[in-house]
Design a protein around this ligand. Structure first.
Ligand SMILES: [Zn+2]
Length: 319
């Protein structure tokens, strides 16, 4: 491990041990560059731990360099909140699956359930979305009657969050002013893989959670068919923004180390695992993606049912 700087970021040196399970059995897998945003063609070395199977960048980029791999404009979190048809559909799905939808509605809409995330909710519950961006998810949760809070260390569209009074604090997990034991639900959706000290982050999140609260984590799954087929063209490697790529087994290990118990998990991958990865492999035009998304939808349902989809959602509670 390296030196801790003023913002709590540990500059990694070349690691000779797995940062998750501490095993010495780590192996170089391949070099990769950031095909998703194409900010730079600089290549990074990806290693795999032979014990816990986590994939990690080694050495990890320095903080300043890593920041330069996030665009100043047009990143997912910076935009406007969608309050249109797509968002309304997701609110409807959320009401069915996390509110009081009946059995038949649940069956009818099951092909689309991968579009929404959450858990059983009651009006007035307090939810914190870590890495909330401008608050798209919080906007949808507010429609279910929840009291919404967000934490976003980077830039976000403040006026958008204000319109719906989503209460987003621009801060890091380390310095947040939110009180301990105060949230019923905390979500980290595709956040953990970006953090270079995941154990510390999870310990802090655990502290913010009420004793009977639920933590929901969404991450890419490296033990997936898409990663197996496409290798370094698997788009969720997202080099170098994803410092780690987890699997159901090593995320469980990491959560347990942080004092959290997995109570449920589901595979909620999308057609993009095949479509975007295929584009990186073959180099076809992006405009074909929409039609390919439909073609690959049945395979997406199959890999999720077979537990080899490239995205998982894990529910946990305090031990
Ligand atoms: Zn390991």
């Amino acid at each position: 491990m390296g030196q801790k700087n003023s913002r709590g970021f540990v500059e990694m040196k070349n690691l000779n041990r797995c940062p998750i399970c501490n095993s010495k059995k780590i192996k170089w897998r391949y070099q990769n560059w950031g095909k998703n945003l194409k900010i730079s063609k600089k290549k990074f070395n990806l290693f795999k731990c032979l014990r816990c199977k986590v994939i990690f960048i080694n050495p990890s980029p320095k903080e300043k360099e890593l920041v330069s791999f996030y665009p100043k404009k047009d990143y997912y979190s910076l935009g406007k909140i969608d309050r249109g048809r797509k968002a309304n559909f997701k609110v409807k799905l959320s009401k069915i699956y996390f509110g009081n939808g009946n059995f038949f509605e649940k069956i009818l809409f099951s092909p689309f359930v991968f579009l929404v995330r959450g858990t059983k909710v009651k009006r007035g519950m307090k939810i914190l979305d870590v890495g909330s961006g401008s608050g798209q998810f919080l906007y949808e949760m507010k429609k279910l009657g929840l009291e919404t809070y967000g934490l976003e260390p980077g830039n976000f569209n403040k006026s958008e969050a204000k319109k719906d009074n989503l209460k987003i604090e621009r801060n890091s997990l380390e310095k947040t002013k939110y009180k301990k034991n105060s949230f019923d639900i905390i979500t980290l959706n595709h956040v953990l893989e970006h953090l270079n000290r995941p154990y510390e982050a999870l310990s802090r999140v655990k502290g913010l959670l009420r004793e009977d609260g639920i933590l929901i984590i969404g991450i890419p799954n490296s033990r997936s068919l898409a990663h197996f087929i496409f290798g370094k063209n698997w788009y969720q490697l997202d080099t170098p923004r994803h410092l780690f790529n987890y699997s159901p087994k090593n995320i469980k290990y990491l959560l347990e180390r942080a004092g959290l118990k997995v109570i449920k998990k589901r595979f909620n991958s999308r057609p993009s695992q095949f479509v975007v990865s295929l584009r990186y492999l073959l180099g076809f035009n992006k405009k074909f993606e929409k039609i390919l998304d439909i073609i690959f939808l049945p395979l997406t349902w199959i890999v999720n049912a077979m537990k080899v989809g490239d995205q998982i959602e894990v529910w946990c509670e305090k031990v």
